[in-house]
Design a protein. Structure first.
Length: 465
């Protein structure tokens, strides 16, 4: 008797039998995310994390930065591999020093241009007559003793290479910029919490100071095309030499997020968020504005190529409600001209939501956005169920969800604490990974879908023809 031809049935995933039909269990759907690593950070866990090659092997490493919560004094820097192996520590770790309420002045960069990275951080000056904010935060002083110091460490060993004085109040955060036309971003822009910002040359001398509403973290770029960077603080644009190119009345407010981006036609857009999202041109003219409750995060990208070369994702954080608690956050997409494309309200308890742009699918540019702290953290108001982070595409669709993973034995309280997230290509497959981190651990997640590769043709067992 001839056997039945069953290739087509097998290719379709069906079970074929010559006897009685048997029930077939449908195969499980393949996982779309992959856990790369869980890091047991023990006593050095932190809500401040940096990514860069520290040991010189060309692969990415991690730098955890701890500080005193109310004073922002950096107390310990811990360098680890991606798997959590400790490479070195500078300072003394402490479990209670992993929390932050603000940015911290630490960065990884090949600052001296020798082909190997350094770690730079600010050592605070002594506060003689401090002012307190909110009853717990020491953000500035009426009088200081001495200067603050920029400390430069060898990234491979954690040993100090150099230090130099910077203005005493400049201990909030800093960035690298080219202020002097040296052809690489080796100069520094340093600032205090909200009131002053300074330009500092690579050699250590202070170039200029600006006093005004400086916001949280500046944006920068060679906006005027003279080979040196301008610094955008939201309500003002500063030239490379500190000259004010434009300045608007802040009304006592400050920017929560700033972004400077050059469109393909060469024009610049300067965006910042506060009581709304504002888009300016380099002369200070406002191109468009949308009133919002608190535009806490602003990122640019080609999220929707069909809408042109550039769009903007904005998180509007939820404000207080009359009955108590806070409203959920809302994620918006705007096009280059400020037209709202869509909005997506986040779950209850998402009032502290935050986001980062990422290339999750391997496009070669950031076309997706990770939004995290969407509810269920220890600070949710009102208390809400734990929610995974969501990855949105440019059409407003959640393409993946991912949650932090923790070492075995961590109590439930640790696993519902607030976390932060970064996006970086640390796995080496051309796509960005998601890094979660906090005082009680860190984890790295990758896209588990196969990455598209070019078609292979003219394949042979005799190469070299």
């Amino acid at each position: 008797m001839r056997m039945p031809f069953v290739v087509g049935a097998l290719a379709a995933g069906l079970s074929v039998s010559l006897g009685a039909a048997e029930p077939v269990e449908k195969p499980a759907m393949a996982a779309t995310t992959h856990l790369v690593s869980i890091l047991d950070t023990r006593d050095f866990g932190a809500e401040n994390l940096h990514v860069g090659d520290l040991n010189g092997d060309g692969a990415p490493d991690l730098l955890f930065v701890q500080s005193v919560f109310g004073t922002r004094e950096i107390t310990c820097l811990t360098a680890t591999s991606l798997s959590g192996e400790v490479l070195w520590q500078h300072g003394t770790p402490a479990p209670d020093n992993g929390r932050i309420y603000s940015d911290l002045p630490a960065q990884i960069y090949d600052w001296d241009g020798d082909g190997r990275n350094e770690v730079l951080f600010v050592q605070q000056a002594t506060y003689i007559e401090p002012y307190l904010a909110g009853g717990y935060a020491r953000e500035r002083a009426a009088r200081y003793a001495g200067d603050a110091f920029m400390v430069v460490l060898d990234a491979s060993t954690g040993k100090e290479k150099r230090r130099f004085a910077i203005p005493a109040p400049a201990d909030d955060c800093f960035l690298f910029a080219d202020l002097t036309g040296r052809g690489r971003r080796q100069d520094l822009v340093v600032k205090d919490r909200y009131w002053n910002i300074w330009g500092v040359a690579a050699e250590g001398q202070t170039l200029w100071q600006y006093t005004g509403s400086v916001g949280h973290f500046p944006a920068y770029g060679d906006v005027d095309g003279d080979g040196r960077d301008e610094v955008f603080v939201g309500y003002a644009l500063l030239d490379h030499d500190g000259k004010v190119l434009f300045e608007h009345d802040s009304g006592g407010a400050h920017q929560d997020a700033a972004y400077a981006v050059q469109a393909p036609d060469g024009s610049w857009r300067l965006l910042f968020g506060n009581g709304g999202i504002h888009c300016l041109q380099p002369d200070g003219k406002e191109l468009w504005h949308h009133p919002l409750r608190e535009a806490q995060h602003v990122v640019a990208g080609r999220f929707r190529p069909d809408l042109g070369p550039l769009q903007f994702m904005v998180i509007d954080r939820g404000q207080g409600l009359p009955a108590g608690g806070r409203a959920p956050a809302t994620l918006y997409l705007y096009d280059l001209d400020g037209r709202e494309v869509w909005r997506r309200e986040q779950p209850v308890g998402s009032c502290f939501a935050a986001c980062v742009a990422l290339d999750w699918s391997g496009y070669g540019e950031a076309r997706e956005l990770l939004i995290y702290n969407r509810g269920g953290t220890g600070e949710s108001q009102p208390p809400a169920p734990l929610q995974p982070a969501a990855i949105y595409d440019g059409w407003g669709t959640v393409v993946d969800s991912v949650s932090p993973a923790y070492p075995a034995g961590r109590p439930a309280a640790d696993q519902t604490a607030q976390v932060y997230a970064l996006a970086a290509n640390v796995w080496g497959d051309r796509r960005d990974e998601v890094l979660f981190f906090g005082p009680r651990g860190a984890s790295v997640w990758a896209n588990a879908r196969p990455l598209a590769i070019p078609r292979l043709y003219n394949q042979t067992y005799y190469p070299g023809m």
